[in-house]
Design a protein around this ligand. Structure first.
Ligand code: PA5
Length: 459
């Protein structure tokens, strides 16, 4: 994996926009202190996700556990939300063939189908339960805290559906992934004898894709989780480099921070040119937003800081958002992910009688066209003075995807120090959770503020 960052720097753009090169030099000088802070905080117990790159025993245990279970069930139903769902979705889309659930048993190499419910929209939940056979399903309920309203509500609905169909055998169809000691799910697992996997207490939800949270569902559908973690280890090793220019995660986060705070580029777009990485962009959006969007800094000063991440996909969004990226305000940095060898290509047939202006498409390939579109968009943006950079990924193997995911997590950890905020808390999300329970009338939880006159200011 390589980070090509030249097109963030002013002298590689139009000499007017972009980060002046001296800013890069300033970042490099400051980096020693940033890295020392990361190491210090790591020693104090923060940054627990680094350890997920060296967990051979856990990976072996999960793989063995999944192998036993995978043969007994032909559908995996994952219940979770936020950090307990987005990583799993990213892994499955990136590392399983497209339209996985539509493939027959042979096409899936006899691994189960997987449905992930990360919302409480009744239409989606009801439709999923109509589609899935409760006798053949394994339900993985994932919640680090064990008390998130959406996940617990899903669980209650699914549990009744299982009880109705299976009676006393229902609990054998359940695995909980949750805190080793705390929370409602842990208590339920203990009292009902439900199988569990542990979320390491020092790993936050949005940093947990390479913990049992993402690894169990991934292993169940046949993803090589050992290779995934090996790739992550590669990213961690590179993030130890003490020179900023040799440390892609620290450099990426430093450049984006400087672009945001020094020249007003507050919007950070992630745009893979690959459908299979579309959900990685959605996963990154949560990671970057929830980690860096903060009211106070580490010193407790009110700062209301944080970049706004945007998920996009090439070439599709060339016909949607790219007009804005090219000609709108200079408030964005666009990060492309370009896959050198996407694994499969489709020739575009030549055909007699095609009008001259489109005849050149014949004889190319779809992969070649996608690549050309990425290259043209990146170059055109640069010509217009628009900051962009590229993460060049060699392929879509588990190693490369593991490296990519860990790279973004490391970058987020470094970004916490550049921004001076705690990237591992989420007081705003917690407030939302408390108000939800308050609105449902749970004792001890404050109700949300009453709506202003509901009819005022409506159109
Ligand atoms: O990153 C986070 O901490 C959050 O997005 C959580 O993952 C999300 O709120 C779900 O929490 P839990 O896993 O405790 O159910």
């Amino acid at each position: 994996m390589k980070l090509q960052y030249g097109r963030i720097i002013q002298d590689r753009l139009d000499d007017e926009h972009g980060l002046p090169r001296r800013r890069l030099e300033e970042l490099a000088r400051r980096f020693g202190a940033i890295q020392a802070e990361v190491r210090e905080r790591q020693a104090e117990g923060e940054y627990g996700f680094y350890a997920l790159a060296s967990q051979e025993t856990t990976v072996r245990q999960i793989a063995a556990f999944a192998e036993g279970l995978g043969q007994a069930y032909d559908h995996v139903l994952v219940l979770g939300i936020g950090g307990s769902a987005l990583g799993t979705r990213a892994l499955v889309s990136a590392l399983r063939p497209p339209a996985w659930n539509e493939l027959d048993d042979e096409g899936r190499e006899f691994f189960p189908r997987l449905t992930l419910l990360d919302n409480v929209d009744p239409g989606t939940v009801a439709a999923a339960l109509r589609r899935i056979d409760p006798r053949r399903v394994l339900v993985n309920v994932i919640s680090k805290s064990g008390g998130t309203a959406e996940t617990l509500a899903q669980y209650l609905v699914v549990r009744k559906w299982l009880d109705d169909a299976l009676g006393g055998a229902a609990s054998r169809h359940l695995v909980f992934t949750t805190d080793p000691e705390k929370g409602a799910l842990r208590a339920l697992a203990t009292s009902e004898g439900i199988a569990t996997l542990e979320v390491p207490p020092d790993v936050g939800g949005r940093f947990s894709v390479l913990s049992p949270v993402g690894l169990l569902p991934a292993a169940l559908v046949g993803i090589d989780i050992a290779a995934l973690v090996q790739g992550a280890a590669r990213a961690v090793a590179r993030a130890e480099a003490t020179g900023l220019l040799e440390n892609p995660a620290a450099l990426y986060s430093g450049l984006l921070w400087a672009a945001d705070t020094q020249i007003g580029a507050r919007i950070h777009v992630l745009m893979p040119y690959s459908d299979r990485l579309r959900d990685v962009a959605e996963w990154f959006r949560q990671l970057w937003a929830e980690s860096l969007g903060k009211r106070v800094d580490r010193e407790g000063r009110v700062v209301h800081t944080g970049p706004t991440p945007v998920a996009s996909v090439g070439a599709t969004d060339q016909h949607s958002q790219v007009q804005l990226f090219m000609e709108g305000p200079f408030d964005k940095v666009i990060t492309f992910v370009a896959v050198t060898d996407p694994g499969e290509d489709v020739p575009i047939p030549e055909r007699k009688g095609m009008p001259e202006e489109v005849a050149c498409l014949g004889g190319q390939t779809l992969g070649g066209l996608l690549r050309a579109e990425y290259e043209a968009t990146s170059a055109a943006l640069a010509q217009m003075g628009r900051m962009n950079c590229t993460i060049a990924l060699p392929d879509l193997s588990p190693e490369s995807v593991g490296e990519l995911l860990m790279f973004f997590q490391l970058a987020t950890g470094y970004a916490g120090c550049w921004y001076g905020v705690n990237p591992f808390d989420q007081p705003g999300v917690e407030l939302g959770k408390r108000l939800t329970f308050g609105a449902l009338g749970r004792v001890g939880f404050e109700p949300p503020p009453p709506p202003e006159d509901a009819d005022a200011d409506t159109a």
